[in-house]
Design a protein around this ligand. Structure first.
Ligand code: MF3
Ligand code: CO
Length: 251
C-alpha cells in the first residue's frame, strides 16, 4: 500500500476549509429531514449547497456513483442511491454520507438521523454509533497506533451487543477521497501504523442492531444488513496532532 500522506500546514488549512463547509452542508440538510421528502430531494438540496460554496461533490461519478450524497434508510447501511420514489416516513432512520472538494482537497462525513419520532431502540443505536466514533478518536493522536482507534470503537460497540460491519472501513483522505490507510472498525490483533501529526483520516463506524453481516442490492451500490435490522453510520474527517485530534467536519 502507498505511504500515508502527511499534510503541510497549507494543506491543513485547505482541509479545514473543506471540512468546515461540509459541516455546514450537513447542518443545512439536517433541517430538511422530515416525513414526506424523497431521498432524491435530499440529493438535489445537497448538490446545490455544495456548489453554492464553490465546491464539487466528490461522491458524484465516483466509480460511477450517480449522486452527491448516499442516503441509506433503516436496514440500508451505506451507499443508498437517492430516488424520487423513496419517501421518508415517520419512524425511519436515515444516514446521510457525503463529501466535497475545496481547492483540490476532500472532506467526508456521515450522520444518521431519526425521521420524526423513532423507537428508543433506534435512538440508542444512533447514539452508540456516534459515541463509538468519539471513543475511537480518543486514541487518534501522535504516538498512538492506527488500530488503537479500531479497537476502541470495537470494544465500545461490542459491549452493547451490536454488530460491526467488516466489509467497509474508514480511510485516509486528502487530495483523493480515499487514501491509505484503511481504518477498520472491528478488533485488530496488530497495532497498525504509528499515527503522526498531519495525517488526515475519515473515521466511520457502521454499526448494526443485529449481526455485522451485509449484502449488496442489485443496483450494485446499496449495502443492506443481511438480517434487515437497522444500521447507523457516523463519520468525520479528523486531523492527527500532538494532542487532541481536530475534527474538521464539525462546527
Ligand atoms: N461512503 C464512502 C465513504 O464514506 C464513500 C462513498 S463513495 C460513493 O468513504 F461513490 F458511494 F459515493
Ligand atoms: Co468515508
Amino acid at each position: 500500500m502507498a505511504a500515508v500522506t502527511i499534510k503541510s500546514e497549507w494543506e491543513i488549512q485547505l482541509m479545514r476549509e473543506a471540512g468546515r463547509l461540509l459541516a455546514q452542508v450537513h447542518e443545512e440538510l439536517a433541517k430538511a429531514i422530515r416525513p414526506g421528502i424523497s431521498t432524491k430531494d435530499i440529493d438535489v438540496a445537497c448538490e446545490k449547497l455544495i456548489r453554492g460554496y464553490g465546491c464539487t461533490p466528490n461522491f458524484l461519478h465516483y466509480e460511477g456513483y450517480p449522486a452527491s450524497v448516499c442516503v441509506s434508510v433503516n436496514d440500508e447501511v451505506v451507499h443508498g442511491i437517492p430516488r424520487e420514489d423513496r419517501i421518508l416516513e415517520e419512524g425511519d432512520i436515515v444516514s446521510l454520507d457525503m463529501g466535497l472538494i475545496y481547492r483540490g482537497y476532500h472532506s467526508d462525513a456521515a450522520r444518521t438521523y431519526g425521521v420524526g419520532r423513532i423507537t428508543p431502540e433506534a435512538e440508542k443505536l444512533i447514539k452508540v454509533t456516534r459515541e463509538s466514533f468519539f471513543r475511537g478518536i480518543g486514541m487518534a493522536r501522535a504516538g498512538r497506533h492506527l488500530h488503537d482507534i479500531s479497537n476502541a470503537i470495537a470494544d465500545y460497540v461490542l459491549s452493547y451487543g451490536y454488530g460491526i460491519v467488516h466489509d467497509l472501513v474508514g480511510h485516509g483522505i486528502g487530495t483523493s477521497l480515499h487514501e491509505p490507510p484503511y481504518i477498520p472498525n472491528f478488533p485488530q490483533r496488530r497495532r497498525g501504523i504509528k499515527l503522526k501529526p498531519g495525517m488526515t483520516l475519515a473515521v466511520e463506524p457502521m454499526i448494526n442492531q443485529g449481526t455485522g453481516e451485509v449484502e449488496w442490492l442489485d443496483d450494485g451500490w446499496t449495502v443492506v444488513t443481511a438480517d434487515h435490522r437497522l444500521s447507523a453510520h457516523y463519520e468525520n474527517t479528523v486531523l492527527i496532532t500532538e494532542g487532541e485530534p481536530e475534527i474538521l467536519t464539525l462546527l
